[in-house]
Design a protein around this ligand. Sequence first.
Ligand SMILES: Nc1ncnc2c1ncn2[C@@H]1O[C@H](COP(=O)(O)OP(=O)(O)OP(=O)(O)O)[C@@H](O)[C@H]1O
Ligand SMILES: [Mg+2]
Length: 892
Amino acid sequence: MSRWKFVGRTDELNRLLAAVTGEAGRGLFFSGSAGIGKSRLLREGVATLPSDRYAIWSIAASATTAALPFGGLVQVLPAEQPQGLSPAGILRWALDVLQQQAAGRRIVLAIDDAHLLDPPSAALVHLVARTENATVVGTLRDGEQIPLPIRALWTDDLVEHVELTPMPPAETAGLLAEILGGPVDAGSADRLGRLSSGNPLLLRELVHAATGSEELKRTYGIWKWTGRLELAPNLTDLIDTRVGQLTDGVRAVGELVAFGEPLGLHLLNQAADQADVEMAEERGLITVMQHDRRTNVRLAHPLYGEVLRRRCPVSRTRRLQARLAELLEQVGKRRRDDLLRVAVWRLDSGTAQDPALLVDAAVQAFTRYDVPLATRLARAALDADGGSDAAELLATILMFADRPDEAIDVLDAVTPEPDDERRLCRWLTVRGMVSYWGLSQESTVEEIASRAEQISDSAGRARVHAFEAIMRLHRLDTTAAVRLSQRVLDRPAAGVAARELARSTIAYVQAARGELTRSGAAIAQVHSAAASWRTDMPYLQLALELARGTRLMLTCDLAGIDAIVADEFADLAGAGDFRLGTGYLAILQAYAARLRGQSDTAMRTSLGACAVLATSRVYAGLAQAERAQSAALRGDATQAAAAMAEADRTHAPGMAVLYPWLEQARGATLATSGDLPGAVKHLGDLVDRLRADNFAGHEVHVLHDLVRLDQASMAVGPTCSDGGRRTVAQRLAELSERVDGVLPPLLARHGRAAATDSTTDLLAVADDYAALELTVFAAEATAQAAQRLRRQQSAAANDARERLAGLLGRCDLIRTPALNAGVPVLTEREWQVARLAAHGAPSRAIAERLYLSARTVENHLQRIYSKLGVTGRTELWAALRSIPGHEGGDVG
Ligand SMILES: Nc1ncnc2c1ncn2[C@@H]1O[C@H](COP(=O)(O)OP(=O)(O)OP(=O)(O)O)[C@@H](O)[C@H]1O
Ligand SMILES: [Mg+2]
């Protein structure tokens, strides 16, 4: 803490206080160059907040905390973090902790140097900013890379972002007097003020440099500076010179803090001479502060750390880090973070020799989803003779980092002895996972199956069987998958992770078969047991997410999708580099946007999913299929075809169970390219295949795709006992009795209304779709009604068109075959005339504007009316707006 008073900055201070205490509760971030006064301003502002109304956490991110997951928030989070949480779970837990401690007061997070936050901390800060009853304020240094969740704070409008400008001359003069502890002669103040360019730190360093010299003298109580500097010196150079002049002992103190901050005072006192520690504090190099019953030491300014670390030779750096690790080990690791800190120091100093420590630390980094750090630690553990535990951990982490080949090499180097069954089971499953999903080796299933038979330990066997089952599910061997999973569940010896994995497999199959209620119950069960399986089998999360996502998509539960996306903070997770599951959540998000007609979001999100999943052999094909669907929704045949080709190229045979989504997308792609017969044939075949696979949950959707292509009366499926074949509408009606939920009966009603040309029913179905936010389906059913009414030359056609225009108005650009069907084709000229007329221009005005005769305009209008099936100008507006892609808005 600086010894001098705070000077000036009144407007900025008020602005900061208003940001916290104001009605909107929108936070504020100050940006600015190094030393301009951001941290001090933040500290002063926060210090004036009354603690009875605000629960305030002040966080100083630093280069050392940036290396640890949640390192930036050690001062905020309780020492003990619950085990077995997902990334989202950790974030939620942290938020709950803050809420509890706030006890009803408004939460204020003040983050100094937010650009140095580690990714999970940054994600949490973003989450807090989004919370009601919380405000985030902070500082950022110019020119630094800013973590995405922090940048998103102002792009999402959660905080204001203000550039902190240099101090005006009057304020630098005041500051100078504070620093020197007495009045300063006006000329000196003016010169030093200009040399510092209004930068307080530079001013302070200038004074420091001159202190004790002839240049800076106090005469009759007035300070006078006679230095000869003409140009403003560089701040870093100045600090560099100062650091260079420190005694060895004081510099050693600075260095220990630079590599270890925040560092406990007791540790520092053990590592360095107490007199030097005191001198370092005296000299303003370090500051000592009390936090959470600990006395911590930090550098007085981050720039000192930057200079100290840069000046420190590699060999010395390593020695310091090893010393820090030793010290912390000696006093005993008190917080969970201490373990990670020690491990990272050991790693960085090349003294990592304790495999148990490294494995523990790697597990911790991995459960915090810091994949790069977890990889380094696990590899070090293996190198330190960590044996099979280290190898399995490293292989798992490598698999999630899309490096399956390396993972296999690691595993094959530690093949277990056949009689060590427990180990063998774990090894087999990890290896199986890497080889099946990572390397797409389908023969893995048979290998695993035959090895499982040789295992006598019942629990171990159950674990292997649960893996075999989910592999079989993925390659579409559904019956065997269910049978095996059931066996695992029936076996009392099976462990929690094996059971819940088996349950996820069954939940997936239930969803695909249309048993959506039972599937939902199973998913809830797996979810609620998460704390008991996550540490043992973190990747079970993916199986759970796949089952849950599939079920939500099949029920078209858009609110449910919103909820899990919000719950898992998908966008945040992505920004925080929690890759696990992020891509899959993006697919779900794109799907929900697509069904709502938000084709811009659908396109953007599905492209994002493709990017995240590009290197994954698991969901890449699914992401491309979703992108094809989004493109098809917009009528973009070229992109749809390109995405479909990518889907085929990237889709792994080991993910065959996802075929319904890919083939549905292929249908949409064909339809959008104008090949309706091809699309219809393809979807008809798909219905047959789904029926053979007993995937009724999927089949209703494909049947509905046929209804959307106006094929409700088409025959599908096998010949029945009555000698005839069912129509699409009939099959939908049949399935609506078997597939759970409110959607199938609605789809069936749509089919029947389309087959019987019942326009009233089509419009009623559309209303029900709209109520479920299935806006595209609603618009299509309305378009089908409008088309039929126009054919019947019914007066109600105009009303239907109005409704269609209203629905399309809620969507981004959407252009599907159902919406295009029966849409009249106007010539370029007719469009011009029609738009002007719809905007109320009289024929004469139109004629003048288009250089036509009034008579020609009249002729055009008559043709337009008859093409659109309207009686006059009053209906023109709605008719034009009901044509997809032509909101009728722009004239010309
Ligand atoms: N208004 C002020 N009144 C008194 N002292 C100030 C004022 N502004 C800054 N200082 C002092 O100047 C020094 C540099 O300020 P500060 O640490 O806030 O800079 P910063 O902008 O946070 O720099 P960085 O980007 O490097 O973190 C500190 O010692 C601080 O106490
Ligand atoms: Mg600062």
